[in-house]
Design a binder for this molecule. Structure first.
Ligand SMILES: *Cc1c(COP(=O)(O)O)cnc(C)c1O
Length: 387
């Protein structure tokens, strides 16, 4: 359907370099284009479709909720929102949740929460937010400021002030930067930055440094959260409970949602009228997210870890692979000589969807992918890498 593609190019703002693929339907880890060609999905809509395409239980919960109660505004109570918050807190150890619609919005909420906490306790002069070089925190003006990549700091001046970026692993720079700061924000695995995991020792030291100075430790788990790394939250790999964790991508299983999880210290920092979001906590979206949280039990999480290891075992020693990075089912592959973008194009032609991040091929398969589809996808990918 060249028609749809050209209509899209004419009428949708050209902010995306789309692949030459029109997706018409999907089930599990397989989707189809308009001609009926099938593709194995190693992208999950960039870490969103954690239960794959159109999971039955998820789709039933979403459609039943759409028939029962679609939207109320946040002036009223609804069951799916309250249940989701309760479940998230019970599963993670957090005290309270704020719901928005996206990762960037969740991070904006975390920044506001951190600044308010610090202002209440210490007054002016402690508003700085420290983030890491090579991070990615979103596309709003403030989350672009938070993002530690110069490539994003163009055109849209003036950016929001009060952000400083330090190199991951540099404790001396971090210590200096934390002067006058209210928060440190980190991704445990920098996703858009090339699937780069933080060093465990750096995380432990940074966490302690923040604690000692009452600077809030904020985890941006928009990509790493919701089982992606083999644990519900990636922070669990590091044995810490950050003061604030943000979630989005995988949380809704394919519908827009973002969440700010707040620990005891900051759970009551924001009061009525201080923050909000029209669509936040929408019952239909929360009905889907409730299914996602329920399905991410210990059994599925163990399976994510197992499948992550399988992917690594297939790449280990594979010709054409220079390095493999990431955690669980969040995988970065640095090719020997080929360009990541060319590999993604070749994969598409052979019936496999993969992502790129910087100079790496990035894999974010649905957490529920079955072994047959996973093996088929890895066969295609390794044949291209070797070639
Ligand atoms: C994708 C992503 C975001 C932005 O999420 P949006 O929903 O696109 O606003 C923020 N932080 C991280 C770590 C992400 O991967």
């Amino acid at each position: 359907m060249k028609d749809i593609k050209s209509t899209d190019r004419q009428y949708v703002m050209n902010t995306y370099a789309r692949f030459d693929l029109l997706i018409e339907s999907g089930k599990g880890a397989i989707c189809r284009d308009e001609k009926g060609n099938e593709y194995v999905d190693f992208t999950s809509g960039i870490g969103v479709n954690c239960l794959g395409w159109c999971d039955d239980e998820w789709a039933d919960a979403v459609s039943a909720q759409a028939h029962k109660l679609n939207h109320t505004s946040n002036l009223y109570y609804t069951e799916p929102c309250a249940l989701l918050a309760q479940k998230l807190c019970a599963r993670t150890g957090y005290a309270k949740v704020f719901f928005g619609n996206s990762g960037a919005e969740a991070n904006e909420g975390a920044i506001k929460l951190a600044r308010k906490y610090s202002y209440d306790k210490y007054g002016d002069g402690r508003s700085k937010v420290v983030t890491l070089v090579n991070s990615f925190h979103g596309r709003t003006i403030s989350t672009l400021s938070a993002t530690g990549q110069d490539g994003y700091h163009k055109w849209f001046f003036p950016f929001t002030g009060g952000f400083e970026h330090v190199p991951a692993g540099d404790l001396y720079a971090l210590s200096n930067a934390l002067e006058g700061a209210c928060a440190l924000v980190v991704e445990f695995v920098q996703g858009e930055g090339g699937v780069v995991a933080l060093d465990a020792n750096f995380v432990a030291e940074a966490y302690e440094m923040c604690r000692a100075r009452d600077v809030l430790f904020v985890a941006d788990e928009v990509q790493t959260g919701m089982g992606r790394t083999g644990k519900l939250l990636a922070s669990q790999h590091f044995g810490i409970l950050p003061d604030i964790t943000t979630l989005a991508k995988g949380l809704g299983g394919g519908l827009p949602i973002g969440a700010v999880l707040a620990g005891e210290k900051v759970a009551n920092t924001l009061g009525a009228g201080m923050h909000g979001s029209t669509f936040g906590g929408n019952p239909v979206v929360c009905a889907g997210a409730n299914v996602v949280v329920d399905r991410l039990d210990d059994k599925l999480l163990a399976d994510v870890a197992r499948k992550g290891e399988y992917i690594r075992s297939r790449l280990d020693g594979c010709p054409g692979v220079k390095a493999v990075s990431g955690l669980g089912m969040m995988v970065g592959i640095l090719p020997e000589t080929k360009k990541a973008a060319d590999i993604a194009k070749q994969a598409l032609a052979k019936g496999l969807l993969v992502l790129t991040a910087k100079d790496r091929v990035r894999l974010l398969p649905p957490l529920t992918i079955d072994d047959a589809a996973l093996e088929k996808g890895m066969d295609i990918l390794t044949s291209i890498l070797k070639d």
